[in-house]
Design a protein around this ligand. Structure first.
Ligand SMILES: Cc1cc2nc3c(=O)[nH]c(=O)nc-3n(C[C@H](O)[C@H](O)[C@H](O)COP(=O)(O)OP(=O)(O)OC[C@H]3O[C@@H](n4cnc5c(N)ncnc54)[C@H](O)[C@@H]3O)c2cc1C
Length: 495
């Protein structure tokens, strides 16, 4: 449906019929916003025009899988881009694909796998859009090896709020290329993204699972195995304390080649990748979260974490098995609706990225602070990263720990105070943060981790691409205001 902006008055377009409640993925925050779902560039331009003429701001939104307020825009306009969902071009010989921004990661892998390709970087869920993925420059369990998705973007078209479309590559419009990727929708709207896929001989990985006793132990295992593994991910039992602090389990995976798999061609077929709908062929997975909900309290979660560790330490230790690429990559999609375990208050994810030399100590301290305050994360995930060249990068040569906290009316204030303390610790440890997960940072902390020079460079581009500051979100206002304080000229800077 076209918005038919020309036939509707501003009053009609900003009427309550377009007002919707838009939630963060973590369900802990929401906004009332005028939501439009255009499907053509003309309508995108019309919405930018509407925003300018009525003094409203516009947030770009993909699938809304950011945990916090990165694609919320209270009392303003939200552009839901999920209808831009066409695959524009696919070359099975070179592995180069061009997509519209609303194409999901699920559409992407389903398109390419049969030809022996796989997205080089995937997130823990396949339901994200590629516009959102590039907007946040997401990383996967192979960040230490292949970098973030931005390293595999060859080219993109970006529509600026001024109405101009610019084609960016590493060589053409270099500054915009390295800033719009990871630019959290602040500089313009990707309308076409060209990506290089990764060749695979089979649709399977060999996964080895083993238990680890502490942060030091998991760190050493990751360092040792990084060369041979294609993917590494660690799970941490956040309830374990004292000498058991940081205990957990590692999954190390490597792509299997054709000679290692029976009927390799078959493993590349979509039907041999799709996640099953039922558990043991009987229990629908869609109802599983209801059983999990019975354990949705600190004691239940302590028991689940301890049991998982005990199993991983005994029968699951040093076990190797072959798994489909989707089964390994999208573990979180295995149980549809699992986030409802955290309802009604929802959850926040606190992910910090700490350089190698400080990682173990910082993560130990983080968990000790949580335990001391009696707010223990229900899930902890440990990953290895490497630095990249993107201006607003969240990555470091080091490690990240992602902590899932339940939110409810009685712990909001305590959580705020806890995350304030964790934020200071991360800054002291020279760490960084990731806007896709954030809802706890303050202006001061964001300025400290990004640094003045980076912020000025970004603000200068913002002024060039979006002089009227049309593109905003609740996150951008929370962390950067209207950008004016960073906008001074910076002679000699890269941008
Ligand atoms: C279960 C789960 C697991 C996850 N696992 C990982 C993981 O392993 N690694 C990781 O890095 N992240 C992970 N994430 C986070 C997720 O990858 C990012 O939040 C991603 O950006 C979500 O994409 P989206 O389409 O939902 O975008 P949204 O959340 O809707 O938007 C994300 C950002 O992109 C901007 N944007 C959206 N579309 C465009 C566009 N066309 N042009 C310009 N900007 C745009 C938005 O303004 C916003 O700032 C996970 C999230 C979930 C829910």
């Amino acid at each position: 449906m076209s918005l038919e902006l020309s036939s509707k008055s501003h009053r009609e377009l900003l009427s309550s019929s377009y007002l919707e409640r838009v939630e963060s993925w973590g369900m802990s925050i929401y906004a009332a916003s005028y939501v439009y779902r255009p499907s053509c560039i003309t309508d995108l331009k019309n919405i930018f025009k509407l925003a300018k003429e009525t003094g409203r701001s516009v947030a770009l939104r993909g699938a809304g899988c950011s945990y916090g307020d990165a694609s919320l825009n209270s009392e303003n306009i939200t552009l839901d881009l999920t209808r831009f969902n066409r695959i524009l071009d696919w070359d099975p010989y070179s592995g180069i694909i061009a997509v519209e921004p609303g194409v999901t990661l699920e559409q992407l892998w389903k398109k390419v796998i049969g030809d022996g390709w796989w997205p080089p970087v995937v997130s823990g869920t396949m339901y994200v859009t590629m516009g959102g993925a590039v907007g946040m420059n997401y990383h996967g369990k192979n960040n230490f090896k292949l970098g973030p998705i931005g390293e595999h973007v060859l080219e993109f078209d970006i529509l600026l709020p001024t109405g101009e479309t610019i084609t960016c590559t590493r060589k053409n419009e270099t500054d915009l290329f390295y800033s719009a990727i990871g630019g959290f929708g602040m500089l313009g709207c990707f309308t076409r993204i060209v990506l290089q896929m990764h060749p695979v001989e089979t649709g399977q990985v060999e996964v080895t699972a083993f238990a680890t006793d502490s942060f030091q132990h998991i760190y050493e295992e990751f360092e040792q195995r990084a060369e041979a593994a294609d993917y590494l991910v660690g799970w941490i039992d956040c309830f374990a304390a004292g000498s058991q602090l940081g205990r957990g389990q590692v999954h190390a995976a490597r792509y299997l080649s054709a000679h290692e798999v029976y009927l390799p061609e078959q493993t590349l077929r979509i039907e041999n990748q799709d996640l099953p709908d039922t558990l043991f062929g009987i229990v629908p997975k869609s109802i599983m979260w209801r059983f999990m909900k019975l354990a949705a309290n600190p004691l239940g979660m302590r028991i689940i974490n301890s049991s998982k560790y005990a199993l991983g330490r005994t029968i699951g230790n040093n076990k190797t098995m072959n798994q489909s690429l989707t089964g390994f990559s999208f573990l979180l999609d295995y149980m549809p609706g699992w986030k409802r375990v955290y309802s009604p208050g929802g959850l926040i994810q606190y992910q910090s990225f700490i350089p190698n030399e400080n990682a173990v100590k910082c993560f130990e301290q983080q968990l000790m602070i949580c335990q001391k305050r009696g707010i223990v994360p229900w899930l902890g995930v440990f990953k290895k990263h490497r630095k990249d060249d993107f201006l607003m990068s969240h990555a470091v040569d080091g490690y990240s720990l992602a902590l899932d906290f339940p939110v409810n009316d009685s712990n909001r204030e305590q959580l705020k105070s806890l995350t304030d303390e964790l934020n200071s610790l991360v800054i002291q440890s020279h760490g960084r943060f990731y806007f896709a997960k954030d809802c706890t940072l303050t202006k001061d902390i964001a300025a400290k981790f990004l640094g003045e020079k980076t912020l000025r460079c970004f603000a200068r581009l913002k002024k060039k691409c979006d002089p009227q500051n049309i593109l905003q979100t609740d996150l951008s206002r929370r962390l950067f205001g209207d950008w004016t304080q960073f906008a001074d000229d910076l002679t000699g800077s890269r941008i």
